[in-house]
Write a protein that binds this ligand. Structure first.
Ligand code: AHM
Ligand code: MG
Length: 337
């Protein structure tokens, strides 16, 4: 496909190559693109339209919701609920899975999403993003139950994110067709292909972790970060650079673009709260892991491939270590030692 082709054309062309494709998947990705364009517009206008600041509510994780968490959740639901491309949805911002209205047409897909990840950054005008994961509803299921959603990440048909940064970018991967990046041309409202078949360099000298948690880390993470900090004088024999944006979409985008490692490991502080990690498996870790693997990187809890984790609940949390292959494999090795 040539650089500059529209997202819609890209999806149609890809579908054409799949035997028996019905156009439903094309329609679904188009719905998601429309939702993301609307969210991009809201995020962009920000204070001009009074959408910044906190709402008076908490989500299932007990976190205060931002006004934009609530609004973008509605935008996403609205864009997908009536077009006959999904059988059900689940969102970071909603306790339960979303049942479609009784009269709404049904499709074959289930979509899980985080409508605005990194939203604690929104008031300070730092990049945020929408993350989505697409799985198939079990055959014949038109009113899915919770169990129908609990599929390991390896079964995702596609996944991606939309990054609202200096420019708005849609990045997605299907299970076997690599990672493509599209940039929104706001003048005519289309996502245009700007990076094809993205590949992450296997080696890197850049890592991302919230170091304020270091006193709670497990030995494997402590050892890895200590070695990075020791730089050229230490065992690694090279200097490392550190980045922490506290916005997973921006972090993963950097890694897809120039390599690196992102870690949100389990630590003693999370464990004391009964949590196995900070990030959510089904609509944060799984979609990002599909992108990372499709781009030649590795994504692990430290002990297990994230895409193989059998989910027990929609809002389940997992440790996340992802990025450049050789670095992530080194960290996995430190967990095994
Ligand atoms: P959110 O879903 O409430 O926005 O939280 C997820 C975000 C990630 O984008 C980011 O990597 C992480 O939380 C930052 O955590 P911390 O504030 O502990 O550094
Ligand atoms: Mg989130």
């Amino acid at each position: 496909m040539h650089i500059g082709t529209t997202l819609t054309n890209y999806i149609i062309e890809t579908q054409r190559q799949i035997q028996g494709a019905t156009g439903e998947f094309t329609g679904l990705l188009n719905d998601i693109a429309v939702a993301c364009k609307k969210i991009s517009d809201l995020v962009n206008k920000g204070d001009l339209i009074g959408v910044l600041g906190s709402a008076e509510s908490e989500n299932i994780q007990g976190e205060t919701q931002k006004k934009l968490d609530v609004i973008t959740n509605e935008v996403f639901l609205e864009a997908l609920a009536h077009n006959g491309h999904v059988a059900g949805m689940a969102s970071e911002e909603m306790d339960e899975i979303v049942q479609l209205p009784p009269n709404a047409p049904r499709g074959h897909y289930l979509v899980l999403f985080d409508p605005l990840d990194g939203s604690s950054n929104i008031d300070v005008n730092v990049s945020v993003g929408t993350i989505f994961s697409i799985i198939k509803a079990p055959p014949g299921v038109t009113n899915p139950t919770l169990e129908d959603f609990l599929q390991p990440g390896v079964q995702q048909c596609a996944a991606g994110y939309c990054l609202y940064g200096p420019s708005t970018m849609m990045v997605f991967a299907t299970r076997d067709r690599g990672v493509q990046m599209f940039t929104l041309d706001k003048d005519f409202g289309e996502f245009l292909l700007t990076h094809e078949n993205v590949q992450i360099p296997e080696d890197t000298a850049e890592f991302a972790i919230n170091a304020s948690n270091s006193r709670f880390w497990e030995p494997a993470i402590q050892k890895y970060v200590d070695e990075c900090l020791a730089g050229a004088q230490g065992l690694r024999g090279k200097d490392f650079n550190m980045r922490w944006i506290a916005s997973m979409v921006a972090e993963v985008h950097r890694i897809l673009t120039r390599g690196g490692v992102f870690m949100y490991p389990v630590d003693a502080k999370l464990k004391s709260k009964g949590q196995e990690g900070k990030l959510r498996l089904m609509y944060e870790a799984n979609p990002m892991s599909l992108l990372i693997e499709q781009a030649g990187g590795v994504s692990s809890t430290g002990r297990e491939r994230i895409l193989d984790v059998q989910p027990q609940g929609i809002h389940q949390r997992v440790p996340v270590i992802l990025g450049s292959k050789n670095e992530v494999e080194r960290i996995i090795g430190y967990h095994a030692a």
